[in-house]
Write a protein that binds this ligand. Structure first.
Ligand code: CIZ
Length: 425
């Protein structure tokens, strides 16, 4: 199976826009290091959020190095560092990075994996910014977390910022008040998806709320409904809607909050009746999946098993045979005894890796256009070689350090999440 990076590199630039979702994917990520507006965010055109870190130029010796030499340099630096470093690779990373990772998994599994390597002084997180922040919050005080490219952010995480959520919270308090009902349930519980800044996790920790992942979202909503009359769910509207709908919450009781409008764009009664207030965030990769793609897969592959991620829009989740987190998808494929055709609606690096790992099955991505998560894709072997060789030289570059005041409250919300086990476990 050809890696996604090799596949993109092999497409002539004149046709790249038809076969990939962005012709810019064919360029080395350092091409954009100095571009105005380039920074955390899923599309190369996203505006840099205020205060977000800038990568700066990757030294030329890494930009001009062949892939083969970069791999040799990564292996040599890793061997020199030994147990002092642990490299974590997210499921959505390119194969050229995953081959150097000590652990492969979702953000939650990786944050836990780092804890199993107490000798590691440095955790090199090949994922995106919010994942490195979470690892830093959960890591020991003497461990450092490094993100190889600081521009590897998450546009969904950037769609909810602490100021807009705080304003929303205050507006809600003006309607709901702050007093619990006769059953002791407070008016509203904040729930943030793992894909959010440390500041929002801290907001949840400080306001009786919790963090969820895509694997334990239902358990977390149950937890929240035991303690609150309603839930304010951010940033991913789709995960919130799909999960609450599966739990029987009617769609009309799930208004979407628009931070640019007074009362989020609703009248008071709608907000009073609401069970789940959804933020307007979404994932740029998962929103590409459509019901048409599912219909086509069923037409072309009778008997196909369609599994999609809960970050997909509701009609797509409804049309699929199953839905679940990356971990769910992996386990479902691994558990299939008979050779099966799977059409998967999640990030393409993960889908192609599953296809290579389970050759007894036919596995393909529902989206025919090659569209990796473009911020995950910014972790190129050049950046990994650079951060590792700097560590060998005694320098820590690209450290992600969450302010202690934020980390304390964020840890409260994360610990509540750790206690909320996924339904399938
Ligand atoms: O938590 C993660 O790693 C993400 C982004 C999704 C998932 O389903 O695992």
């Amino acid at each position: 199976m050809t890696s996604v990076a090799t596949l993109i590199a092999s497409i002539p630039s004149s046709v790249a826009s038809e076969q990939t979702c962005s012709p810019a994917l064919a360029a080395g990520p350092w091409t954009f290091d100095q571009a105005p507006g380039y920074g955390p965010g899923a599309s190369l055109g996203d505006v840099l959020p205020t205060g977000s870190p800038r990568q700066g130029s990757l030294p030329e010796e890494y930009r001009n190095e062949t892939n083969e030499r970069l791999h040799e340099r990564i292996r040599a630096a890793k061997a020199t560092l030994g147990d002092r470093v642990v490299i974590l690779g997210h499921f959505y990373q390119r194969d050229e990075i995953v081959e150097h990772a000590d652990f492969l998994g979702d953000s939650f599994q990786l944050a836990n994996a780092a804890l199993t390597r107490p000798d590691a002084e440095t955790i090199v997180f090949c994922g995106v910014h919010f994942m490195a922040e979470t690892a830093d919050i959960l890591a020991r005080d003497d461990q450092r977390v490094v993100l190889p490219n600081l521009a590897a952010g998450c546009s969904m995480a950037d769609m909810a910022d602490i100021d807009s959520v705080t304003e929303c919270w205050e507006e809600l308090a003006s309607i709901y008040g702050t007093e619990p009902d006769a059953d002791g349930r407070v008016p509203v519980i904040p729930v943030t998806y793992m894909n959010s800044s440390a500041a929002l996790k801290a907001f949840c920790g400080a306001h009786g709320g919790i963090v969820c992942t895509s694997s334990n979202a239902e358990t977390v909503l149950e937890w929240a409904f035991e303690r609150g009359q309603r839930v304010l769910f951010f940033p991913d509207q789709h995960l919130g809607r799909n999960t609450a709908k599966a739990m029987g919450v009617p769609l009309e009781l799930m208004p979407m909050w628009n931070p640019r409008k007074a009362l989020g764009g609703h009248d008071e009664q709608t907000l009073l009746d609401a069970r789940v207030l959804l933020w307007h965030g979404f994932c740029s990769v998962h929103k590409r999946f459509t019901v048409d793609q599912i219909d086509r897969a069923r037409l072309e592959h009778p008997g196909v098993r369609v599994i999609v991620h809960p970050e997909c829009p509701m009609p797509v989740v409804d049309a699929a045979d199953e839905y679940g987190s990356t971990d769910y998808i992996r386990k479902a494929v691994a558990a299939a005894d008979e050779p099966t055709t799977f059409a998967i609606g999640t990030e393409i690096n993960m889908v192609n890796r599953l296809a290579a790992e389970f050759p007894q099955h036919t596995i393909f991505c529902l989206d025919p256009v090659i569209c990796p998560c473009s911020t995950m894709y910014r972790i190129h072997p050049g950046y990994l070689a650079w951060v590792l060789e700097e560590l060998v030289a005694g320098n820590t570059v690209n450290r992600i350090e969450v302010d202690d005041r934020v980390a304390v409250d964020a840890r409260v919300a994360l610990e509540r999440m750790l206690a909320a086990k996924p339904k399938a476990d």
